[in-house]
Design a protein around this ligand. Structure first.
Ligand SMILES: C[S@@+](CC[C@H](N)C(=O)[O-])C[C@H]1O[C@@H](n2cnc3c(N)ncnc32)[C@H](O)[C@@H]1O
Length: 252
């Protein structure tokens, strides 16, 4: 059976639909063996199957699982792990390289991911993890000192302002969100993407990319403020705080 045609919107900037409904993504297409849910595709990727991203313009990219299932490298440690001294929520933790590294250091850390495989692998590393969507209700509101949005996870749900508002609810008043950004020249972009594993293709879902020039505006709209920006080996991590508690970042 062929993959049913899907409507894919062109990349857009700025205002986005308010809510990505994962339930809709996960409703299996009845009797359609050529479709796969997003969660099943992520699970397949984390168990070693090749998973491709298919962008709205038809271009494809192999999902870089090798970046997520390794142990934390020196750049991960310096840009992300060293910045977390108190309770840390690792959003979209994947197989848990950061949750694992923080746990080894004795930093109380919880990974959260929609993929059961990701959660299982995080636990196998000795990390704590729960299997749920970051937008679903969770215990420990207002409790986290640090929130990690590593390796493009500011794109989860396709609406970075909404995601930052959500994680800000979970963060202590003096807490920080560590956001790994795309490089210069991106601003922020919203796109539709599908996942392909073998012959099976997921429904389209929203993904956003936020670059160095985009983060100030996105943070401001979410009631946060960029207080620090660190770059190392072509990777960029911004520190965000609640705007009311944040000292302004000094210019050069
Ligand atoms: C880029 S990968 C993981 C990267 C991981 N943070 C790292 O740096 O090693 C993104 C992860 O987010 C998870 N994810 C996607 N949407 C999510 C959501 N709404 N809530 C929680 N996890 C989500 C995916 O299952 C996937 O494991």
């Amino acid at each position: 059976m062929n993959t049913p045609p899907v409507e894919i919107s062109a990349p857009s900037r700025g205002t986005l639909p308010a809510r990505t409904v994962f339930a809709r993504l996960e409703r299996p297409a009845l009797a359609d063996r050529s479709s796969i849910t997003v969660i099943a595709a992520m699970d397949a990727a984390f168990t070693g199957e090749m998973c491709e991203l298919i962008w709205a313009d038809g271009s494809t990219k192999v999902m870089p699982v090798h970046r997520w299932d390794r142990t934390a490298c020196e750049t991960d440690l310096q840009l992300l792990v060293d910045m977390c001294q108190g309770p840390t929520l690792d959003v979209g933790c994947g197989p848990g390289r950061l949750t694992g590294a923080l746990t080894v250091r004795g930093v109380p850390t919880l990974g959260i991911d929609i993929s059961p495989q990701a959660v299982r692998q995080t636990r196998e590393r000795g990390g704590a993890a729960i299997c749920q969507d970051i937008f679903d209700p969770m215990p420990g509101s207002d409790a986290w000192q640090h929130i990690l949005l590593a390796d493009g996870n500011i794109g989860l749900g396709g609406h970075p302002v909404r995601l930052l508002r959500r994680v800000a609810e979970l963060m202590r008043p003096d807490g920080t969100v560590l956001v790994e950004l795309a490089g210069p020249g991106v601003g922020w972009v919203h796109r539709q993407v599908r996942l392909r594993v073998g012959q099976r293709v997921s429904r389209p879902f929203s993904w956003a990319t936020v670059g160095l020039e985009g983060i100030d505006q996105v943070a401001k709209e979410a009631g946060l403020m960029v207080t620090d920006l660190r770059c190392m080996t072509d990777r960029h991590v911004a520190t965000l705080k609640h705007a009311r508690s944040a000292p302004k970042m000094m210019g050069p």
